[in-house]
Design a protein around this ligand. Structure first.
Ligand SMILES: Nc1nc2c(c(=O)[nH]1)N[C@H]1C(S)=C(S)[C@@H](COP(=O)(O)OP(=O)(O)OC[C@H]3O[C@@H](n4cnc5c(=O)[nH]c(N)nc54)[C@H](O)[C@@H]3O)O[C@H]1N2
Ligand SMILES: Nc1nc2c(c(=O)[nH]1)N[C@H]1C(S)=C(S)[C@@H](COP(=O)(O)OP(=O)(O)OC[C@H]3O[C@@H](n4cnc5c(=O)[nH]c(N)nc54)[C@H](O)[C@@H]3O)O[C@H]1N2
Ligand code: SF4
Ligand SMILES: [Mo]
Length: 675
């Protein structure tokens, strides 16, 4: 396989590819290239769910590719840690330095003193869990639990349904009731929005459950704005309502589920008034939702990731996902639930990683990065190898992460596209290609799609793709021969399930069930006995308050405000954060601002015992009182004092799955300068 022939052409050409960023939609892209440079990025129509439009972030992605922050050459640190002074070296020198250091660490303290650190840079199948895993597994480094996102929702979906495929975007138009629960598609998955609007035109009722009045909440029939972290009581009150009023689908429960009795018992204490009290909402609103849900069909719940980022996130996801089973909402097009569809192809990295099994080395929860770098002994972390991730911007307890990255005795490799916050603390910098410069396989987790990502341009500078760099490093360490990127692509493509045939030839595989399976008609639970497990024992044992057990709000009189950090339309996590211009504002309800004597644009301190963020305040009626919001994915330069919301986020873990509790940050806000 050779690189795209168009690359050789010097005229104007359009290349079809796909977007592998960590966004559910996975758009088909058409990239126009003139004289070897990208001049236009727009949507293509191969993936029908994304139609042929894309978001502004990727339309302007050229600003990243050609921007002044782009990393073009390998480099090593010259100045003090964090000073940001580097000297250019060759790839050979950079890889020799890293390999030498890895061997030295293994020979003195053991290979598990090396911690590879990666997450969402690209969701493609080539850039993660391929040659990187082969290298780190083969060398015996510490393992990383990639739990920063989707760990609690994933644990719940796995245990209840074995990650059965969910309702896809196109089928929303058939629903008569849509509940958007802790999800904001107007920012985080824009192609869902027209389907929701079309359903509304067809007469569907729209309910949004979100502490903020998002764009779709403002267009909804019912908006419930709970205190962050209280979705569990609301969901349990809905269960209680359904069970106690004889509205449960007993036949479905008997035939397709187990554990309904235990779920019913745990829900029995949650009357609607009690749940409403805890959630800080009007009981009449929950009452209305309960009646609507019981009476409507097809009824569809989209369970987002906003509900998982707190101490109750796993149980909340389980209780929400259990609703369609108890209330009998499956078996019709447009009915059931939708969440992540990433498992729908049945693709498992194990298919191409079998020859390098995972060793039983130390497992580090990525949400504990700060702790790992500053506290772990036996052995301490001596090398941190960061790729596909910007942990200084995106992980909890930012000040502790920073303290760790500043350690003189830590050797940090950062393999990146641009000069991020994390990059500044590197000892060795490696330049990575963007998806416009490499191959990949993009798997959507909203629509069920699988597409080929192919280079539209030659790599800028000396940037190289992950598949190639990790295999070259592995070869230097005696862990197999170096592989070209296209060889890795072919190897992985050959291990994909039959359903993915045709991907390399046509650029897009034909999804199972036409990409629109009906739950309990086309797809069934992939649990061991094929039933929905409404009360998985393993979850009950691992959750601190038991499964469906509510843990109270962590607010204190000193720090009464809940700080949330939802996805913004300007970045994907922190990707593209370099392009944000103005300082980001803390969103606050007028009543909370008045109580603190704050006016629009006042500079404020947002603080708790972990840290402080200084930024302007934006008075916003669309956020519930008692909750404040600062966008996810900010870079440190986006505030006055170089910290972001993560400086206020504790590194406590969710009840299930070891996830991050971003929205459990509790803070106070005051005018900057007044103490
Ligand atoms: N533009 C853009 N798109 C993205 C991303 C991005 O950063 N930018 N990130 C991608 C990734 S990695 C992910 S995981 C997804 C996330 O996409 P979403 O599922 O939309 O997740 P969030 O934006 O974290 O939160 C969604 C909503 O939940 C609300 N919320 C916060 N706490 C609670 C709560 O306790 N209960 C309830 N009911 N609601 C709550 C927030 O106000 C927010 O409006 O989006 C993906 N798409
Ligand atoms: N406060 C707060 N923090 C959050 C969240 C929140 O809700 N609130 N949400 C969390 C969520 S949902 C997620 S998913 C995480 C994501 O956190 P991260 O995994 O840190 O994701 P990004 O910020 O997108 O950083 C990915 C980096 O990988 C780089 N990259 C992209 N492609 C490649 C490649 O091919 N090779 C290499 N070597 N590098 C590449 C990009 O340039 C980018 O800097 O953030 C979490 N952080
Ligand atoms: S980030 Fe999402 S909406 Fe934007 S182009 Fe990529 S897949 Fe499409
Ligand atoms: Mo995420």
């Amino acid at each position: 396989m050779t690189r795209t022939p168009e690359l050789k052409a010097w005229g104007r050409s359009t290349i079809r590819t796909a977007c592998p960023l960590d966004c559910p939609d996975s758009c088909t892209l058409e990239v126009t290239v003139e004289k070897g440079r990208v001049v236009k990025i727009d949507g293509g129509d191969a993936n029908p769910a994304t139609r042929d439009y894309i978001c502004g972030k990727v339309r302007n992605f050229g600003e990243r590719v050609y921007g002044e922050d782009r990393l073009l050459y390998p480099a090593v640190r010259k100045g003090l840690k964090g000073q940001g002074v580097f000297t250019r070296v060759t790839w050979n020198e950079a890889l020799e330095t890293i390999a030498g250091r890895m061997i030295a660490i293994r020979d003195t303290e053991g290979a598990d003193a090396i911690l590879p650190f990666s997450y969402g840079g690209s969701n493609g199948l080539l850039s993660q869990d391929t040659n990187d895993a082969r290298l780190f597994r083969g060398f015996g480094t510490s393992r990383l639990a990639r739990t920063v996102c989707a760990a609690p929702t994933g644990a719940a979906n796995q245990a209840l349904y074995g990650k059965m495929a969910g309702v896809t975007y196109a089928d929303y138009v058939h629903a008569k009731l849509i509940v958007l629960w802790g999800v904001n598609p107007s920012a985080s998955g824009i192609h869902l929005v027209p389907f929701v609007r079309e359903a509304q035109k067809n007469g569907a009722t729209l309910v949004v459950i979100d502490p903020r009045a998002t764009a779709l909440a403002r267009l909804s029939d019912l908006h419930i704005a709970p205190r962050p972290g209280t979705d569990l009581p609301i969901a349990l009150a809905l269960h209680r309502h359904v069970f106690e009023n004889g509205l449960a689908d007993e036949r479905f429960l008997a035939q397709h589920t187990r554990g309904a009795g235990d779920l019913r018992r745990r829900a029995s204490e949650w009357t609607i008034p009690r749940a409403a009290e805890i959630a800080g909402v009007d009981p009449a609103a929950i009452e209305r939702l309960a009646s609507l849900y019981a009476a409507s069909s097809p009824a569809l719940i989209r369970c987002g990731w906003g509900i998982e980022r707190n101490r109750n996130g796993g149980s909340a996801a389980a209780a929400i996902l259990a609703l369609p089973a108890v209330a009998g909402k499956f078996g019709v097009r447009g009915g059931g639930f939708s969440m992540s569809n990433s498992a729908s192809w049945g693709i498992k990295a194990a298919a191409w990683m079998d020859e390098t099994p995972e060793p039983a080395t130390r497992l580090v929860n990525m949400n504990h990065l700060g702790r790992a770098l500053t506290e772990y002994t036996d052995p301490p972390v001596r090398m941190l190898f960061v790729y596909n991730c910007n942990p200084l911007a995106t992980m909890p307890d930012q000040n502790r992460v920073l303290e760790g990255l500043t350690r003189e005795d830590l050797f940090t490799v950062v393999y990146e596209q641009v000069f991020t916050d994390t990059t500044r603390y590197a000892d060795v910098l490696l330049p990575a290609t963007t998806f416009l410069e490499n191959y990949d396989i993009a798997k959507g987790y909203g629509p069920i799609s699988l597409q080929l990502v192919q280079p539209a341009i030659e790599a800028e500078g000396e940037a190289r793709p992950n598949a190639e760099v990790f295999s070259q490093l592995a070869a230097r360490l005696g862990l197999g021969g170096a592989e070209e990127e296209t060889d890795t692509l072919l190897r992985i493509a050959s291990k994909l399930p039959e359903s993915a045939a045709g991907l390399l030839e046509t650029g897009i595989a034909t999804p199972p069930f036409g990409g629109a399976p009906v739950q309990f008609v086309d797809v069934f639970p992939l649990t061991p006995d094929g039933k929905v497990d409404l009360f998985p024992e393993a979850l009950d044992t691992s959750a601190p308050a038991g499964l469906y057990g509510y843990q109270p709000d962590p607010a204190t009189p000193q720090y009464p405000l809940a700080l949330i950090s939802p996805a913004s339309e300007k970045t994907i996590s922190s990707t593209l954060g370099e392009l944000r211009a103005r300082p980001a504002a803390l969103h606050m309800h007028p009543a909370d601002a008045a109580a603190r004597g704050l006016s629009q644009d006042d500079p404020v301190r947002v603080f708790n015992d972990l840290g402080e963020v200084q930024c302007p305040v934006g008075i916003d009626r669309n956020i519930r009182p008692g909750t404040v919001s600062l966008a996810k994915g900010l870079w440190r330069k986006s505030t006055y004092n170089n910290t972001t919301s993560n400086a206020l986020v504790p590194d406590t873990l969710t009840d299930l799955g070891g996830g991050a509790c971003f929205n459990d940050a509790r803070v106070e806000v005051a005018l900057l300068g007044r103490h």
